[in-house]
Design a protein around this ligand. Structure first.
Ligand SMILES: *Cc1c(COP(=O)(O)O)cnc(C)c1O
Length: 396
């Protein structure tokens, strides 16, 4: 059926791709071994170091985020290694399944899907590992299935308090470039990210940031690897090239995305996400609905997962917003299927896009017969107008 106007893609990734990035991708593909390519590759790698806030290594794969998840594990670990993971939600669970599939022995600290990882539980678990058999602690920074954030710096401190040498790995596939991430300062050893969330690109690129310690560990790690091998990337990357065909046009788009992030300023990008997230949460509270994340310190500024009242279907509600308002909202995954819907407020986004989104949600709640109070969208507008004055004054 014909739909006029722009589709509202308010899932928490893939996010909206700005026109500037679409234009940058829409260029002739070039010879990835030719002289002009070197600049493209070098710019992408250097730019991503700034986004990760690292002076250590970054590698770029032509793959979805899952590829970089696998790369993190197979480059640093050996068959049968124990790794500590934390059940923050669906994505943490998928990463554990991947770890098992490549021959690791993950230990999973169970969680209730309503907050980030608990650093104290990680510390206790590591203290019990007196022989240091656990080789890595793997946590999801922004758990996209629940809208909860793990405090990565706190996890680092927990590992250090336990006096444990395990590597710290952080999946920031949906956190990077939307909420603060500091690879070097937080002492992360391997970070994982992807193109289609905060980086505002289509799906298809993924990233590892790698500490010197992780590089050293990779020399003796014995899991089989070929496509994902960091070592094979090193020499070509130094000159802006890749060991196999990179996703050339996606790299044009990545360089444009990095330029946009730097023009706005990363700290301003994070503040924008924080402001939109707070307005969204205020709308949800006004509707009288419950936010899945129940620890305000762990609220995600990337997305908000909302619980629908018992006896109502989140998927039915999402079908209504799609049919009536041409808006895609995120679904509840596995354990929370049909129980929650997720509002993505990340990437290329502004006040009126947020208000379109929240108005669509409020109208959808009414059309679906989900009990709620009116005025959520108004409450969000109040937050936006109050903070607009503050930011306009600050800009002068
Ligand atoms: C999207 C996402 C993934 C999966 O990435 P793909 O690009 O779908 O492979 C993993 N972890 C988190 C936290 C994500 O948000």
């Amino acid at each position: 059926m014909f739909k006029s106007g722009r589709h509202f893609l308010q899932i928490p990734g893939p996010s909206n791709v700005p026109d500037r990035i679409l234009r940058a991708i829409d260029m002739p593909t070039m010879d990835h071994r030719g002289p002009r390519f070197s600049d493209v590759g070098q710019k992408a790698i250097t730019g991503m170091k700034a986004v990760f806030k690292t002076e250590q290594r970054v590698v770029i794969f032509p793959a979805s985020g899952t590829g970089a998840w696998e790369a993190a594990l197979v480059n640093t670990l050996s068959p049968g290694d124990r790794v500590l993971m934390y059940e923050t939600g669906h994505f943490a669970t998928l990463w554990r399944t991947l770890a098992e599939a490549v021959g690791l022995r993950p230990e999973f600290i169970s969680g209730d899907w309503r907050g980030g990882a608990d650093p104290e539980a990680i510390e206790e678990h590591l203290k019990a590992d007196a022989n240091h058999e656990i080789k890595a602690v793997c946590v999801v920074h922004n758990e996209t299935s629940t809208g909860s954030v793990t405090q990565i710096a706190e996890v680092r401190k927990a590992i250090d308090r336990a006096g444990h040498p395990a590597l710290l790995m952080a999946d920031s596939i949906s956190g990077l470039a939307s909420i603060d991430f500091r690879f070097d300062e937080w002492g992360v050893d391997v970070a994982i990210s992807g193109s289609q969330k905060g980086l505002m690109l289509p799906p298809g690129l993924s990233f590892n940031a790698i500490s010197d310690k992780a590089v050293a560990v990779s020399k003796t790690a014995r899991l089989p690897r070929s496509y994902w091998d960091w070592e094979a990337m090193r020499d070509p990357n130094d000159k802006g090239y890749f060991p196999y065909t990179p996703a050339t046009n996606m790299l044009y788009g990545l360089n444009e995305a990095i330029a946009m992030l730097m023009e706005e300023g990363l700290e301003n990008v994070f503040a924008r996400h924080a402001r939109h997230a707070e307005a969204t949460r205020q709308a949800v509270r006004t509707w009288g609905l419950e936010i899945l994340c129940n620890n305000p310190k762990h609220y995600s500024n990337v997305l908000t997962a909302v619980i629908v009242p018992d006896g109502h279907s989140a998927d039915g509600f999402r079908r209504t917003t799609l049919d009536q308002f041409d808006m895609s909202l995120g679904n509840g995954l596995s354990k929370v299927a049909d129980r929650v819907f997720r509002i993505g407020h990340l990437g290329d986004f502004n006040d009126l896009m947020l208000m379109g989104t929240l108005s669509g949600v409020e109208m959808g709640l009414k059309l679906s017969g989900i009990p709620h109070n009116r005025g959520g969208a108004q409450a969000a507008m109040d937050i936006l107008t109050n903070s607009a004055t503050a930011s306009a004054a600050a800009a002068e």
